[in-house]
Write a protein that binds this ligand. Sequence first.
Ligand SMILES: Cc1cc2nc3c(=O)[nH]c(=O)nc-3n(C[C@H](O)[C@H](O)[C@H](O)COP(=O)(O)O)c2cc1C
Length: 191
Amino acid sequence: MKVVAFNGSARKDGNTAILIRHVLAELEKEGIVTELFQLSGKKIHGCIACYTCFEKKNQRCAVTDDVLNECIEKMIEAEGIIIGSPTYFANVSTETKALIDRAGMTARANGNMFRRKVGAAVIAVRRAGSTHVFNSINHFFFIGEMIVPGSSYWNLGIGREIGQVENDEEGIQTMKTLGQNMAWLMKKIYE
Ligand SMILES: Cc1cc2nc3c(=O)[nH]c(=O)nc-3n(C[C@H](O)[C@H](O)[C@H](O)COP(=O)(O)O)c2cc1C
């Protein structure tokens, strides 16, 4: 079994990545293969609403000059998908939104191709707005017929400068519990 995690932060290896790694560590303890794919520095732009995905139905986005189809391929091959985002103006980052819109529309054009995969959101935040980010990412999972595990709190960690999330004891525990619950759920579904 495999979980692919996307870090939608503009900052590579920042707080979102740190939080995601705590989730991945728990998954790996349960023998699940993991991959962290960071969007920082990679070209990814928004949906152009061409609807070619609905014409071709080939599990690909028609826009091919950026990293999006590589992300879709990783989602297809994994049983679990984590989408992590920092909180930017109480919402997801631009990179995360591009991923959600284009992977989401391509999935809808192809019979909800991520259905019954397990999905989890991970959010870094300095102060406020993170529950909106959490909801935005969960909208992607739920409309795609995906299965979403809970944790001991909403999946967020608090910190501004890189590394500060490690001081958020409850946030780190939330990530660990999320990883444990995600592994438990994946084994129930796929083993
Ligand atoms: C453009 C921008 C907008 C931000 N907006 C918010 C916000 O609305 N609420 C908040 O609490 N923090 C906000 N932050 C702070 C980040 O969410 C915070 O630093 C987070 O830890 C960054 O995660 P990263 O290290 O993975 O990039 C913002 C940061 C940036 C760069």
